[in-house]
Ligand binder design. Structure first.
Ligand code: ZN
Length: 261
């Protein structure tokens, strides 16, 4: 695990996955004692050696997916600290996850833990984080905004500008609304769960919004001409993504077309 530093925020970077090509990068953050997201279970062995010596006073989870909650059980046991998540995910978080094989190989199953509803504001010694609902990638996804620093911790809401596949939990119409809402906030730096720290993050989020609005208008036009979801999917995304095959369709461009309009 690699650690870099931005002001009072430690940036943790880890490769999760048992072997290539089933490996992905996971980023999580320790902003002045507030751990934002808790990585995957598959990095626990490596990450725990470092995290046990880090000052962590509380944990905020952007959403319940196993690559953001994988070490929460260990953190609770080791550090005895509060763990916050969206109130509608507390029940799911309390149970061990039961995910398909390809996700077990990359991330591993999460062990259940006791979370509390995330408050509207989280305060550390030097920072104040405003918590905003930001559904899209997941219905109960939150983001954290530190307005004095111009920071936005976006979990999996951003990831990349040109998103080619969406997860089965995603709703792109919600993503569009969330992006529009968040772009009214004051920030420059985006801290993402899989693509790391983006210095001109607000600009990139604007481009993502434009990308999805363009797809939305194309889907709308094709639907009005009578094309089916499948036909529109083939027209707009002619190349089948490897992850669509590996995931048995959990990740697909069809999920974008189905939910964007
Ligand atoms: Zn996710």
């Amino acid at each position: 695990m690699k650690i870099t530093k931005i002001d009072r925020c430690n940036v943790y970077t880890c490769i999760s996955g048992l072997m290539p090509p089933f490996q992905l990068v996971v980023y999580f953050y320790n902003a002045d004692g507030l751990l934002i997201d808790a990585g995957s279970a598959n990095i626990l062995k490596e990450a725990s050696l470092i995290l046990k010596n880090e000052t962590i006073k509380m944990v905020a989870l952007t959403h319940v997916h196993e690559d953001h909650t994988g070490m929460a059980h260990w953190l609770q046991k080791e550090k005895n600290i509060p763990i916050y998540i969206h109130k509608n995910s507390i029940n799911e978080a309390s149970q061990n996850s039961n995910i398909p094989l390809y996700r077990r190989v990359v991330w591993g199953n999460r062990r259940g833990f006791h979370a509390q509803p995330i408050p509207e504001v989280l305060q550390t010694e030097h920072y104040t984080f405003d918590v905003f609902d930001a559904p899209g990638h997941h219905p109960y996804h939150i983001v954290l905004h530190e307005k004095n620093m111009g920071w936005l911790f976006t979990g999996d809401l951003f990831v990349s500008i040109r998103q080619l596949v969406a997860f089965k939990d995603e709703n792109i119409t919600d993503t569009i609304v969330s992006l529009q809402k968040l772009l009214s906030l004051d920030f420059d730096i985006v801290f993402c769960g899989h693509s790391g720290v983006h210095k001109n993050g607000k600009e990139k989020m604007k481009k993502k919004l434009e990308y999805f609005m363009d797809i939305q208008s194309k889907v709308k036009a094709l639907k009005e001409k009578g094309f089916s979801i499948e036909e529109i999917d083939t027209k707009l995304f002619p190349k089948k993504n490897l992850w669509t095959i590996v995931s048995g369709g959990e990740w697909s461009s069809r999920n974008i077309v189905k939910t964007v309009y």
